[in-house]
Write a protein that binds this ligand. Structure first.
Ligand code: SF4
Length: 295
């Protein structure tokens, strides 16, 4: 099929050094290496600096810039209207874990087969750097008049306990690691979260490139680390280990896959088994479970 004519952006107004550049580069490389096309891929964003991601793509791609905190709801609607699409959400920690927290949690209960890329920088960058949900208590960025008095949300722990079946962390300045993590998340059957450590050099002078470069290490360098649930009876143990690992933050910060479980049916599969007419209306788009096997 011929590639359609698309608008290619001539400009980008993210600040110099912003971690968003690493994220969009890794995302484009992942999409390209996966062989995804504009006809089968949709990038969905909310409000914030990360909301501009679909605008700044240089690949021919379909994109939707939606409302504050509501990117997940749009993404789920898009996926359910055409389950063959690959749907990727881009949202900041303020967008997804502040105003969008209810949607973030309840998406986990459904396990829709989409990927969420969390641009996690600890501040509301678009509105001058107020503390956002992942900024830790006691931290004072240059944009705050005094240290933050609120505790932070742990995106990895929240996603695991909400039902996300692929939960990982990566780092915006390690584009290769992030690209491979995005590819693994997109290939995963079920709801994926990638918490991306994303420096905001304009407003967050604590979580800088220098801060993360010293601390970040890869989980897969530990040969004993195995986040994949292979049998139902392993689920509790793997989940508990991932939750404990998600608390590690300080001199060392782990990146990589914390938890992966493809034994849980997706929302699309649950719909089919609970409403056979959906299968009848979309015979080529959905799978159905027969005797415990997907056909
Ligand atoms: Fe990036 Fe921060 Fe600038 Fe927003 S304000 S574009 S997050 S550096």
């Amino acid at each position: 099929m011929a590639v359609p004519k698309v608008w290619v952006p001539e400009w980008n107004d993210w600040c110099p050094g912003c971690g968003n550049f690493g994220i969009i580069n890794a995302e484009q490389q992942a999409i390209s290496e996966l062989g995804l096309t504009p006809e089968d891929t949709v990038i969905v964003s909310g409000i914030g600096c990360s909301g501009k991601t679909p605008h700044f793509f240089r690949l021919p791609i379909s994109g939707v810039h939606t409302l504050h905190g509501r990117a997940l709801t749009f993404a789920i609607g898009i996926k359910l209207s055409n389950p063959e699409l690959t749907v990727i959400v881009n949202g900041g920690d303020g967008d997804q874990l502040g105003i969008g927290a209810g949607h973030f949690v309840n998406a986990g209960r459904r396990n829709v087969d989409i990927t969420v890329i969390l641009h996690d920088n600890g501040v509301y960058g678009l509105t001058k750097g107020q503390a956002s949900p992942t900024l830790r208590r006691g931290e004072k960025t240059k944009s705050l008049p005094r240290p933050n008095i609120n505790d932070n949300v742990n995106p990895i722990a929240l996603a695991i306990s909400s039902g996300y079946t692929f939960v990982a962390r990566s780092y915006a300045y390690d584009v290769k690691h992030l690209k491979e993590t995005i590819k693994a998340a997109v290939k995963h059957r079920g709801l994926s979260l990638i918490d991306v450590l994303q420096p905001c050099p304009t407003y967050n002078d604590i979580h800088t490139k220098e801060y993360f470069d010293k601390r970040v290490y890869k989980l897969d360098t530990d040969p004993s680390w195995d986040p994949v649930v292979k049998k139902p009876e392993e689920e509790g143990d793997k989940m508990a280990k991932a939750l404990v690992k998600s608390l590690e933050w300080g001199e060392r910060i782990p990146i990589g896959i914390f938890y992966k479980n493809e034994l849980v049916p997706t929302y699309e599969e649950r719909l089919v088994s609970s409403a056979p007419s959906y299968k009848e209306r979309n015979p080529s788009k959905v799978k159905i479970e027969v005797d415990g096997k997907l056909t």
